[in-house]
Structure formats: structure tokens, C-alpha cells
Design a protein around this ligand. Structure first.
Ligand SMILES: NC(=O)c1ccc[n+]([C@@H]2O[C@H](COP(=O)([O-])OP(=O)(O)OC[C@H]3O[C@@H](n4cnc5c(N)ncnc54)[C@H](OP(=O)(O)O)[C@@H]3O)[C@@H](O)[C@H]2O)c1
Length: 169
């Protein structure tokens, strides 16, 4: 099972603002959907706060096993699997027979999994000071960047973006 991470961050590493995403970027949303759904049978792992931030119409994220990390032993949801520790989240994805397991945030969950993923898919949003939650410190010198796509801002995308895939160097 492939383990990967996907994140959009601004040039300062900001990923969230007041419990939500700081920007609306249609191109990034489409990429997120297409990568995490793919053609296979995939899982997404997220923190309970990110789960709470999803609009009702996208909760659970369709066509994917939704695994929510919480330390609250009473937290349950009919349409999500709960994991109390990170090994349990991976175990659930394996047990479900997933082809790919995507770590989709937020900051606490990225920090927990950054040493366990093979790829980090980063959309750099070309702005700064976007919010109050940051991607954890990571040693980029241990990773190799492949730039995949650069897009300008337009009516559906508030900022220009660069999409890169980082793999272990
Ligand atoms: N830009 C992006 O790509 C992106 C992606 C995702 C999210 N975000 C943004 O990031 C922000 C949320 O990030 P966040 O860091 O505040 O929260 P988070 O990582 O989404 O969730 C944190 C929660 O995860 C659970 N948790 C943390 N460590 C755990 C552990 N060791 N074992 C079990 N459960 C654990 C806890 O849930 P309990 O409190 O229930 O115990 C904790 O409160 C939002 O603004 C969201 O919009 C941005």
C-alpha cells in the first residue's frame, strides 16, 4: 500500500485559517479529488479538526475510506473509521485492502505521519501570511522536488500555484 501526503501551503507554510482553508482554489480541489480517489480503492487519514471543517456535502469524502484520528474514545461517526493512534490508522487502511493511503491533514496529523510517507504532494500557494496553522518543520534537503504544474491566478483560483511532488532523496 502506497502512503502519501497531500497539502496546500502558502510561501510561509500556512495551511489553515480559523479552522478552515485560507483560500478557495478550484484547481487544487480538483487535483485533491482526482489524486486521492484515483481509480483504485483508497483511504484518507485526517485529524478530527479537519473532519469537522469539511462541509456536510463532502463529509465523508466520497469513494474513499475516511479514517479520522482522535484521542476521544467516545468519538464515533457512522461514515468514518476512528483511529486513536497512528498505527491503528494504517492498520485500518491495510485491513480494508486499500491501494493508496493519503494523509490529508491538518498540521497535527501531518507531523505524525511525515516520516511514514513515500511522497508529499505540495501545492505552493503564491501568497503569504494566510493563516494561523502551519505545516510542521520538515527537512527538505532529505527530499527531492519534481515540479509538475504551475498555474496562474484566475477567476476560480485566487492565487497562482505550483504543484510539486517530493520524494525521499
Ligand atoms: N491546506 C491544507 O492542505 C489543509 C489540509 C487539511 C487541513 N487544513 C487545515 O488545518 C487546520 C486543522 O489542523 P489542526 O492541526 O488544527 O488539526 P487536525 O490535525 O486536523 O486535527 C487535530 C486533532 O487530531 C487528533 N489527534 C492529534 N494527535 C493525535 C494522536 N496522536 N492520536 C490520536 N488523535 C490525535 C485530535 O483530535 P481530538 O481533539 O478529537 O482528540 C486533535 O484535536 C484547519 O484550518 C484545516 O482547514 C489544511
Amino acid at each position: 500500500m502506497k502512503m502519501a501526503m497531500i497539502v496546500a501551503m502558502d510561501e510561509d507554510g500556512c495551511i489553515g485559517h480559523q479552522g478552515d482553508l485560507p483560500w478557495r482554489l478550484k484547481s487544487d480541489m480538483q487535483r485533491f479529488k482526482s489524486l486521492t480517489e484515483a481509480d483504485g480503492f483508497n483511504a484518507v487519514i485526517m485529524g478530527r479538526k479537519t473532519w469537522d471543517s469539511l462541509p456536510d456535502s463532502f463529509r465523508p469524502l466520497p469513494e474513499r475510506i475516511n479514517i479520522v484520528m482522535s484521542r476521544d474514545i467516545n468519538w464515533t461517526h457512522d461514515e468514518a473509521e476512528v483511529a486513536l493512534y497512528h498505527g491503528r490508522a494504517i492498520e485500518i487502511a491495510y485491513a480494508e485492502g486499500c491501494d493508496e493511503c493519503w494523509v490529508i491533514g491538518g498540521a497535527q496529523i501531518y507531523e505524525m505521519f511525515i516520516d511514514r510517507v513515500e511522497e508529499i504532494h505540495v501545492t505552493t500557494v503564491h501568497t503569504s501570511g494566510s493563516g494561523d496553522v502551519e505545516f510542521p518543520e520538515w527537512n527538505r534537503s532529505e527530499w527531492m522536488e519534481t515540479v509538475v504544474e504551475k498555474l496562474d491566478a484566475d477567476a476560480d483560483n485566487a492565487h497562482a500555484t505550483t504543484y510539486s511532488i517530493w520524494t525521499k532523496a
